[in-house]
Write a protein of this length. Sequence first.
Length: 281
Amino acid sequence: MNRFRDNAIVVTGGANGIGRACCLRFSSEGAAIIVADRDATQGASVVAEIVESGGRAVFSQLDATSRLDNASMADAAIAHYGRLDAVVTAAGITHAAYTGEAEVERKRLADRERFDGQPHLEVLDYDVEEFRAVMDVNLIGTFLAAQACAAKMAEPDANGNPVGGSIVTIASIAAKNPNAGPIAYTASKSAVWMLTKKLGIMLASANIRINAIGPGFIETKMTQSIEMMPEERRAAFMAGIPLGKKGQPDDIAATAAFLCSDDARYFTGEILHPSGGYFTG
């Protein structure tokens, strides 16, 4: 397929996991990619991977919480490709110390064991700065990326009408299931979902569609703690997924490609849940 030939598509969090998979998927279908991430080394690696396969890509340094970085990211699409057709907001964290490193996740998992059977203790112990850090990246970061890219999409075409475009936010099953993540993460992802619905109504007049994806448990660094669980606990956890396995980043990339394509032209303000049946509501 070549659904995105001549399109320019921005992906935040594009250096790893779901974001990287989205970059590769859109490139394989003809799009020029702006890989936006805080990790310049991994971002450059994704750019090189795309270019080596015959695609077009550039890297844009991104602190998701920075209005200036988000504006520069949107500007990069125009500067390099003369257009901005879609953005996928895949930048996100599960907790304030999240880096993707296994040792960090292992220590966090061990620390949280003290709350087993007494979850109220975690509420009483919770650091509000942890809450702010997660909300800043997951919610404010999503809004800033959508805002910066929508500004380009709302510009008039030759006939004076908004150029338009598509925005895909990455929420989570945690947007609707409070057991699918830590306190701040679930709150942030439910807020991303409500933000998507609100912007779906407000951006329609500029010919901009915005939809969310609420992934289940996907095989990325963000879910590696599942493999660190004791075997009995891990087996019980996996039994809660009707298809019996974690999804792959490509599963989410395929969903993002659908939502950005003309096949989804009548979708806006909606959410899709590729979750293996974990969430069916």
